[in-house]
Design a protein around this ligand. Structure first.
Ligand code: PLP
Length: 414
């Protein structure tokens, strides 16, 4: 056995082996998954824009007008009018002086953190920050202090220890695996007290939270207080890529110092044009954001009815903690058998004992679909052996009762 075979076998044994499922056709609330029709409950296409006719047409028109490739880094030959238009519109939307496109959220986070920090500095990073932030910290030459999730006291303690060092505090705004919002006001206050910069990743908040979907920073009235806001174009905005919203000085600095910006090909014109059209739709149709919020609330209420312990006032991302990896994957398979797709999430994405189904709601889900999905997940939990809440970790208690009349409803879900 080679070391690679050994490693793969080991992953299988531990319930950590990953394989890709295949979707035929466009993204949407219902898709064909490995040939089977399912209701999708784990997509980041929160506003249903990935297959919106106007967004598709904008991409097609951009391909006809500008071609499909940007042919180089923005600093060599790749800077095109569509990039400038999108950046201008994003800056207006976010209420910042400037916006700068990156190839993806991963590239933005791994590009901004090392650029903004030097040896001797300290980066303060929430323990539940996304992997791209973790990797940005790894690439930085600064020291990294990981504070307990959303724990302002721990952050304050760390900042006190680092007295005198240049500091950057970095956090997700809406946490990608837990759906909770970072204590942004407290973070800004601490940053002020300790003369630290703040970077907020709004990947799952833009289009979903705040006035007109402008994000959690805007919702808290803190736009001018945050040095760098990262947002993605591949989630609620349905396309691909990312942006940094900041002041012009920071934007000019990143153009000169951020390696993924300098050394990577500019986003393809159809992708940028699609994001621009999606942004126009978001601005013109804020009811999509309201619908997402209402759907999130309805789905959470339904989960509570079925015995899941979730915060009824939470957001569109709902973690159903199973504890171990094998239970998460069993529950995913059991839900799939009943026509609902909610992917199990395992290490290294989440801590070992906090495996889960990371369920997400879209504005394009119908209320009946969300009711059915909650019932199916309750049934899947029972099928996976969670029929007694004793000893269940995390915030997921087993459903106290299971509804046996799902089959008709599920036929229509599928
Ligand atoms: C919080 C957060 N930041 C950044 C990213 C990476 O963005 P992208 O998929 O555009 O690389 C993700 C992706 O899931 C994310 O959840």
């Amino acid at each position: 056995m080679t070391d690679i075979e050994q490693h793969l076998a080991d992953l299988e044994d531990r319930g950590l082996y990953r394989r890709m499922r295949l979707i035929s056709g466009p993204q949407g609330a219902r898709v064909l998954l490995d040939g089977k029709p399912v209701l999708v409950m784990c997509s980041n296409n929160y506003l249903g824009l990935a297959d919106h006719p106007r967004v598709r047409e904008a991409a097609a028109e951009a391909a006809r007008r500008w071609g499909v490739g940007s042919s180089g880094s923005r600093l060599i030959s790749g800077n095109m009018t569509v990039h400038r238009r999108l950046e201008k519109r994003l800056a207006e939307f976010k209420g910042t002086e400037a916006a700068l496109l990156f190839g993806s959220g991963y590239l933005a986070n791994t590009g901004v953190i090392p650029a903004l920090t030097r040896p001797g500095d300290v980066v303060f990073s929430d323990e539940y920050n996304h992997a791209s932030i973790v990797d940005g910290c790894r690439l930085s030459k600064a020291e990294v202090f990981v504070y307990d999730h959303a724990d302002l006291e721990h952050l304050a303690w760390g900042l006190r220890q680092a007295r005198g060092s240049g500091s950057l505090i970095v956090t997700d705004s809406l946490f990608s695996m837990d759906g909770d919002v970072a204590p942004l006001e407290g973070i800004i206050e601490l940053a002020r007290d300790h003369d630290a910069r703040v970077m907020v990743d709004e990947a799952h908040a833009v289009g979903c939270v705040g006035p007109g979907g402008r994000g959690a920073v805007a919702a808290a009235g803190l736009t001018g207080e945050v040095d760098v806001i990262v947002g993605t174009l591949g989630k609620a905005l349905g396309s691909y890529g990312a942006y940094v919203a900041c002041d012009t000085q920071v934007a000019r600095f990143l153009v000169n110092e951020s390696r993924p910006f300098i050394f990577s090909t500019a986003p393809a014109p159809p992708v940028a044009a699609a994001a621009l059209e999606a942004l126009e739709i978001l601005i013109a149709e804020p009811r999509r954001v309201q619908r997402l919020r209402q759907n999130g609330e309805l789905f959470r209420r339904e989960l509570v009815k079925h015995g899941f312990e979730v915060d009824p006032a939470g957001r569109q991302i709902v973690p159903l903690i199973t504890g171990d990896a094998k239970s998460a994957m069993t529950m995913t398979e059991k839900a799939l058998e009943r026509g609902v797709f909610a992917q199990g999430i395992r290490p290294p994405t989440v801590p070992e004992n906090l495996c889960r189904l990371r369920v997400s709601v879209m504005a394009s889900h119908k209320p009946d679909e969300l009711r059915a999905a909650a019932r199916v997940l309750a049934q899947a939990a029972a099928d996976a052996g969670f029929n007694d809440s004793t000893g269940m970790p995390g915030e997921f208690a087993a459903p106290p009762r299971f509804i046996d009349d799902d089959e008709d409803r599920l036929a229509s879900v599928a």
